[in-house]
Design a protein around this ligand. Structure first.
Ligand SMILES: [Cu+2]
Length: 102
């Protein structure tokens, strides 16, 4: 769907040397957001369920919930505790790199 556009954006941000920062948190879903900050097994199951229901991935760090600009970048990381590198614009983060913490 949006794969091509996201990849293009990634490359342009990368080559422009946009200011990247690193945060740790969890990849949750837009329905539950910060409710999953602890990311227990129950939270994980809920994230999977919400994702299957079509909820977009969000990044939760502390009690803040950020939208994710390039959803493709966190595919396979929903329900994970992660260290995320990217650029923040308002309440939306563009993900350059995701590393699992556990
Ligand atoms: Cu959920």
């Amino acid at each position: 769907m949006k794969k091509v556009a996201a990849a293009g954006l990634f490359i342009s941000l990368f080559s422009a040397g946009a200011f990247a920062a690193t945060w740790s948190g969890v990849i949750s879903d837009e329905h539950c957001g910060a409710k999953h900050a602890a990311m227990t097994a129950d939270d994980k199951a809920c994230v999977d369920k919400c994702a299957k229901g079509g909820a977009a991935a969000v990044f939760v760090s502390g009690d803040k919930v950020y939208k994710i600009d390039n959803q493709d970048a966190v595919q396979g990381h929903m329900g994970h505790k992660v260290t995320l590198t990217g650029t923040m614009k308002g309440d939306t983060v563009h993900v350059d790199n995701v590393k699992m913490n556990m």
